[in-house]
Write a protein that binds this ligand. Structure first.
Ligand code: AMP
Length: 119
């Protein structure tokens, strides 16, 4: 799928719409999800134009991949969910119900999250 530069996360990255920023570096941004599904619900995204995890894994630089992975761990620590446990989700494509076509990792925590998937 071609990258859509008008998706909502691209607009956040361009500063066209606000976000509740947690932290960032030159290639990665973390912010709070606007519609949290758990007491803690953060999103970590690359600043580069990648549609989904497959695209990111195939085309991102090692530096971009390392930054995103490390920022996921850092945000979990900052938001206080590392000790109690948290879940990472990255919806990729149609079967996974990916709504925003810019690669992102959800960090969910702050309560017992139950089984991994709804039946
Ligand atoms: P997904 O279904 O994995 O693509 O998830 C997209 C996520 O983006 C959902 O959890 C939305 O609540 C979240 N979202 C959509 N628009 C915004 C926004 N403007 N700021 C923060 N999170 C957003």
């Amino acid at each position: 799928m071609a990258y859509d530069p008008d998706n909502v996360f691209a607009r956040i990255l361009r500063g066209e719409i606000p976000c509740k920023k947690i932290c960032e570096d030159t290639v990665t941004l973390a912010f709070h999800d606007i519609n949290p599904k758990a007491p803690t619900h953060a999103l970590v995204i690359p600043k580069g134009a990648y549609v989904d995890h497959n695209d990111f894994a195939a085309r991102a630089t090692d530096a971009e991949i390392a930054s995103l992975e490390r920022m996921v761990g850092k945000v979990a620590d900052m938001l206080g969910v590392s000790e109690g446990g948290y879940r990472l989700i990255s919806n990729c494509g149609g079967n996974a119900h990916q709504d925003v076509p810019h690669y992102h990792v959800h960090i969910l925590g702050g309560r017992a999250l139950g089984p991994m998937l709804a039946k």
